[in-house]
Design a protein around this ligand. Structure first.
Ligand code: HEC
Ligand code: HEC
Length: 395
């Protein structure tokens, strides 16, 4: 007997990265706050599975499909032998494990693809934007969840098999997937390490992670690369920030004629000036009685731009010179700068009409967060409909 390499480095990397993706995707599937991470892990999983399919033909001996893929009958016979305690020890995957591996690869592919279709249809974002109606997306979302559940079942079966195999053969199988080596008969075939492939693979994963989190997650790549409106550069999701302060009286009194502009969009001095002039509010008399006006003003001042922690509030406030007390959000330097290159025809769109109609383009305007990723110029009505029907679009 001698110790030889069974699992080459790319196969081991693939294995543990897939474990990370699968576990992470389950953990992040519960809240929209983690959707960006969830989707990142989904794309990574797709890439890993595609890699493994190629590696099944080009990789080390024990990673190749021809070395371990057997018929389901062979797997059944193996399990029968196992029950009768006359199983043969396999250096590579045994026939039952091989079945689980094929199932996990197929399910991994299906889960990732249905996920990307769901993202495209429901959120109007990602690689497959605009291909599906929201109805089809809803159906695919269910398929996505069922497939993920099935994959969990197969993964559990795989884990039980690993535990059983480790126990029956008295070897630590999870450890062999870390070290890659096993004790084998002298004539057994050893695999090659493929360190170069593993290095390229690690670099590719690292580059993808950096791209996603520093560009795609924080700001649509679209805007940065000058691809605005193409949908190509926004693989991330409509991100809705942490809920901001809310007040029913303010919503009722200030939300009947236009969007109730969140207090964080103007500094306190602007709100005071606006409320002082409530009898001549842009040509209308708001006719608020003194206690209501005071309550609304208190809420506005308490949550004004300088007191808020959103990026929009911070930047709006920073852009206004101290000498200026704007009554229009749309006249603040930051707002002007952020919107100066929007086409005239976009302001005329049926769903926009006015500059003050923030909700026409910002999915989270009602919530007041104005996250970059939640901005969509409603040129594609279908996408816009899909987005506003999603629960994330509501406050
Ligand atoms: C009776 C209808 C009405 C009510 C109620 C109302 N507004 Fe207005 N508001 C208007 C009109 C009309 C404009 C001008 C819109 C325009 O020029 O595009 C306006 C504009 C604004 C603007 C400027 C938007 C911009 O950046 O161009 C702010 C800020 C604003 N209102 C705040 C408030 C607040 C705060 C309240 C609640 C105290 C309120 N409004 C209640 C009618 C109303
Ligand atoms: C015609 C569509 C449209 C309308 C209407 C619109 N915006 Fe925007 N807004 C945009 C676009 C496009 C951007 C992104 C500009 C960029 O990335 O440089 C943007 C960016 C912003 C940003 C910067 C986001 C950030 O965090 O960096 C803020 C804040 C914002 N808008 C606020 C508003 C407010 C408030 C209103 C309403 C008074 C409004 N917008 C109305 C299209 C619109």
């Amino acid at each position: 007997m001698k110790r030889i390499l069974i699992w080459d480095l790319p196969t081991r990397l693939f294995h543990w990265l897939l474990v990370t993706c699968f576990t992470g995707a389950w953990l992040t599937s519960t809240s929209d706050r983690w959707l960006s991470i969830h989707i990142f892990l989904g794309y990574l999983m797709l890439g890993l599975v595609l890699f493994r399919l190629v590696w099944g033909f080009t990789g080390g001996h024990y990673a190749r499909f021809e070395s371990f893929v057997r018929s389901p009958m062979a797997a059944l016979r193996y399990l029968q032998d196992l029950a009768a305690k006359r199983d043969a020890a396999y250096l590579g995957h045994n026939p039952a494990a091989s079945l689980a591996i094929i199932a996990m690869l197929a399910l991994g592919l299906a889960v990732a693809l249905t996920g990307i279709f769901t993202q495209g249809g429901e959120e109007g974002q990602g690689a497959l934007t605009g291909l599906l109606s929201i109805g089809a997306a809803a159906w695919l979302k269910q398929a996505h969840e069922v497939l993920a559940m099935l994959m969990l079942v197969v993964v559990s079966g795989h884990l039980s098999g690993v535990a059983l195999g480790s126990w029956l053969h008295g070897e630590n199988l999870p450890l062999t997937m870390i070290t890659g080596s096993k004790l084998a008969p002298d004539d057994a075939l050893a695999s090659r390490p493929f360190n170069g492939t593993a290095a390229v693979m690690s670099l590719a994963v690292a580059a993808f992670g950096i791209l996603w989190f520093f560009y795609a997650w924080h700001e649509p790549v679209e805007a940065r690369l000058g691809l605005r409106g193409t949908g190509l550069g926004a693989p991330n999701v409509a991100f809705v920030g942490r809920p901001l302060a809310d007040d029913p009286v303010w919503r009722e009194e200030c939300g009947s004629c236009h969007l109730a502009f969140h207090p964080n969009l103007l500094p306190a001095r602007s709100w005071k000036r606006l409320m002082a002039g409530q009898a001549e509010h842009f040509g209308t008399d708001l006719a608020l009685d003194a206690p209501t006006a005071a309550a609304v003003q208190a809420f506005l001042v308490r949550n004004a731009a300088e007191r808020s922690s959103t990026e929009a509030a911070f930047k709006i406030n920073r852009s206004i010179p101290p000498s200026m007390t704007p009554l229009h959000i749309t006249e603040t330097p930051y707002w002007v700068q952020k919107h100066h290159d929007i086409r005239e025809s976009d302001w005329q769109l049926p769903r926009v009409k006015s500059k003050a109609n923030c909700a026409g383009c910002h999915l989270d305007a009602v919530a007041g967060t104005f996250e970059d990723a939640a901005m969509r110029i409603p040129r594609m009505a279908q996408v816009q409909d899909a987005v506003s029907a999603s629960p994330r679009a509501r406050p």
